[in-house]
Design a protein around this ligand. Structure first.
Ligand SMILES: [Zn+2]
Length: 79
């Protein structure tokens, strides 16, 4: 699929890919260069628990994202 880069460097990610890869407004993505300078890849960043990798119900604790289970374990350990 061919896309155009506008005058300030933006591209429109086609709706098909936004839907397929769950790229919603305000989603964060990581853009990485491909080997040999042939282009870049875009990877959606999925927030995960810093301890176990869970993706649901994350909350910050001391500036790290934790799931409910890990927050409970940490709070218990800190008592
Ligand atoms: Zn966790």
């Amino acid at each position: 699929m061919i896309v155009k880069i506008d005058s300030i460097g933006r591209i429109l990610i086609p709706k098909k890919y936004r839907e397929e890869f769950n790229l919603n407004p305000n989603s964060e993505a990581n853009m990485l260069p491909l080997p040999d300078g042939i282009g870049v890849s875009l990877f959606r960043l999925v927030p995960r628990c810093a301890n176990c990798g869970e993706e649901k119900e994350l909350e910050k604790f001391e500036n790290i994202s934790l799931c409910p289970t890990c927050r409970r374990v940490l709070k218990y350990a800190l008592k």
